[in-house]
Design a protein around this ligand. Sequence first.
Ligand SMILES: Cc1cc2nc3c(=O)[nH]c(=O)nc-3n(C[C@H](O)[C@H](O)[C@H](O)COP(=O)(O)OP(=O)(O)OC[C@H]3O[C@@H](n4cnc5c(N)ncnc54)[C@H](O)[C@@H]3O)c2cc1C
Length: 412
Amino acid sequence: MNTTDIGVSPHVKAYNEKFQAFLDERVAPIEKDLARQGVGTPWNPKLDEAGRMHPAVWAARREVQRLSGKAGLYAPHIGAAAGGGGFGLIEQNHAVEFVYRHSGLGLGLAAYGWTEGPSPVLEHCSAEARERWLTPLIHGEISAAFANTEESVGSDVLAMGTHAARDGTDWIINGTKAWITNAHFADLIQVVAVTEPGAGTRSLSMFLVDAKAPGFSRGRDIPTMLNDGLTGTLHFDDVRVPAECIVGEIGDGFSLAMAWINWRRLSRGGMCAGWGRWLLHRARTFARERKSGGHPIADLQAVQHLIADMDLNIYQAHAAALVALTELEALGGPYAVPLDHRAPRLVSLVKVINDEAFYRVTDNAVQVRGAVGLLLGSPEEKLFRVARNLRIPAGTSEIQRNAIARGVMKYS
Ligand SMILES: Cc1cc2nc3c(=O)[nH]c(=O)nc-3n(C[C@H](O)[C@H](O)[C@H](O)COP(=O)(O)OP(=O)(O)OC[C@H]3O[C@@H](n4cnc5c(N)ncnc54)[C@H](O)[C@@H]3O)c2cc1C
């Protein structure tokens, strides 16, 4: 057995086959149509006058999400009882890897629920909220955002200023969130706010806010090196939320925010392995074609070592993810409230090992191609920027090391 096949269940095999057919039959025509419109590519979209992703690119992504939802491909990570695919953590890792390896930087990436898709946290909602929000998210009919960070508070989550006050059975939210992915387009906001100041990890709660709610507004785009026009600011000005839109219980917000973030952290395993292998394949092909001194550069040991280092980084990160996910599964998973105290170290190991290995992989992918690797708009140039970005959102590498150290010092 190839190690890359460990845990590839019949579910995953069926998913991957269906996904490949979906890419060929449904995604490819949408990509072709987008290319004709001259609005950039899915990975380097043109931006509108406010700096947001061009509406035609966003519409193409949404179309892929809707079609994927209809085909039952969008939410393998959500439990079967809630209407998702019910995949285990290892199965999810393999499915994400397949999606990234075979979509490259194309629109196929939109076909697997990401930050803007259904989060496992929503399984903690009331039956009414699940029906209103989780079901349409699983079907790709709407999109979501997670609003935790603020201009002056990122890692230091408990210091946030956004707060919610009780009014009868409703809650009234006030505050501003920043650096929010999908801020410009989300229909649903999963917002974290202070409900009991001074109560430490019980001081926060998570609420579901309809983007049409009075008092909610979208702010400016925040341009980043990703240059995709998807990150922005959100304002909550006396936004009224009914009790059924509380996620979990009042006071669960910190644990739920961590659960949402754990979902994103763990996705790095499949993402880095999938994109890593795609880049490795491109590097090998390029090295066989490009000549120096009359011979392919693939014959040069210096270039072979760049490629060998790509392979070893992908291999170690992939293997680490499979081991950590197996351990996490045995501990009851990464989304429980309360969470097993041994889980955060494992989640952080997956994130930091994959993010840092992938950064080295993209660096070598650029180097193998020489100047062509630096070409603005090339996949290698874009993924180098993506890889640099990955070490900050969903918790910086330093914050991951804090969690790993806590796990080692206190619990092992
Ligand atoms: C492209 C992008 C998309 C994002 N999407 C979202 C989103 O959808 N939703 C959301 O809520 N947020 C989102 N964020 C915000 C992101 O999660 C935060 O930027 C991240 O958590 C870091 O917070 P910060 O930027 O405030 O940095 P800070 O917390 O100010 O950190 C600055 C530096 O200090 C270090 N540091 C801070 N505290 C500690 C500590 N205790 N121990 C060790 N080192 C420390 C950090 O590692 C970093 O090097 C996004 C950010 C980006 C760039």
